[in-house]
Ligand binder design. Structure first.
Ligand code: F6P
Length: 350
């Protein structure tokens, strides 16, 4: 089919590198194929409104600074599932037909959606119902989109978390404290284990490996007796939960309290939060973003839809969206990153 106009949108939580993707999509679509590019505002919500909200993207929109900017120039949303949309009166409605119609109103021939697993699942459903030509690009600091080694935004988040450990270590050492850093990652521990190794953590806790407080206690005893150190660094993923216990506080605060009680050490907790999302993208994220954007546009040109671009073994490839949605990619407890942590003598709580 002839393509004249494509849409591009960002969906779900923002992260570093989204603007670099939008730039790559726009440049490839215009420079190689001469298409018009519409950036849909605020994820699929831009397609709700009448007229639908969008901005035409042209080459002068990307004169240099956008590539370096965190966030997304298009806006994004991470709530409001159109199939179960929360209405102002408290009821929930299926508003998918309105979004599907928004695509038609904009006269789009294809849509490139930059999203995490949740967003891509919803957009795929809309595409199937509305007969859209959809290509997905994975992004999320959590790096839990299946079928790709990297999602845009993840590397930058690991950089931020590692730098936080670098900054906490001097205080830990100067004051003989246990410094606990809680990082994001939703249900998975990719950020925690990667930043923990890079940042020299003594203890790394991730949702994929259940922890036992006694193991942490004996790790601190080892640190003291074998390494002669009276300070330690702990990194914990936000999704970690104690077994058989419900907690009414952040996992970082829970650990801070228990570690202080168990060891008598002075502890401090830092919750890194959204600082992991907003930074200028790392060079690596800009490279993933650029490769993904180009490849996604080329898929549209080839008429290959219902696919997601992905990174695998140093290459930009594409995979069926059907294989991506409905599940997420966890840290492999037997994989090389976990083996590396164990090899360094890092306590993983088990
Ligand atoms: O999925 C990205 C993410 O940053 C998670 O790591 C985190 O749990 C969540 O989004 C935070 O969402 P919000 O921005 O709505 O607080």
């Amino acid at each position: 089919m002839a393509i004249n106009r494509i849409g591009v949108l960002t969906s779900g939580g923002d992260c570093a590198g989204l603007n670099a993707v939008i730039r790559a999509v726009t440049r490839r679509a215009i420079l190689k194929y001469g298409w018009q590019v519409y950036g849909v505002n605020d994820g699929s919500h831009g397609l709700f409104d009448r007229p639908p909200r969008f901005q035409e993207l042209t080459l002068p929109d990307f004169t240099g600074t956008v590539l370096r900017m965190g966030g997304t120039i298009l806006g994004s949303v991470n709530s409001g599932d159109p199939f179960d949309f929360p209405m102002p009166d408290g009821t929930r409605q299926d508003r998918s037909a309105e979004i599907i119609d928004g695509y038609a109103q904009l006269g789009l021939d294809a849509l490139i959606a930059i999203g995490g697993d949740g967003s891509l699942a919803i957009l795929r459903e809309l595409a199937q119902q509305g007969d859209w030509n959809l290509v997905g690009i994975p992004k999320t600091i959590d790096n839990d989109v299946d079928m790709t080694e990297n999602a845009v935004g993840y590397v930058t988040a690991v950089d931020v978390a590692t730098e936080a450990l670098d900054r906490l270590q001097p205080t830990a050492a100067s004051h003989n404290r246990v410094m606990i850093l809680e990082v994001m990652g939703r249900d998975h521990g990719h950020i925690a284990i990667n930043a923990g190794i890079a940042g020299g953590a003594d203890v790394i806790l991730i949702p994929e490996i259940p922890f036992d407080l006694d193991r942490i206690k004996s790790k601190f005893e080892d640190v003291l007796s074998e390494e002669g150190r009276s300070f330690a660094l702990v990194i914990v993923a936000e999704g970690v939960r104690p077994i058989g216990e419900t907690i009414d506080k952040n996992i970082g605060q829970y650990l801070g309290q228990h570690i202080a009680e168990m060891t008598g050490a002075e502890t401090r907790v830092t919750v890194l939060g959204h600082t992991q999302r907003g930074r200028t993208p790392s060079p690596r994220d800009r490279l993933f973003a650029s490769a993904f954007g180009i490849h996604a546009v080329d898929l549209v040109a080839e008429g290959k839809f219902d696919r997601m671009v992905a990174w695998s073994s140093r290459d930009c490839i594409d995979v069926p969206l059907a294989d991506v949605v409905g599940h997420s990619r966890a840290v492999d407890p037997d994989g090389s990153i976990v083996r590396t942590a164990r090899g360094l003598g890092i306590c993983l709580g088990d």
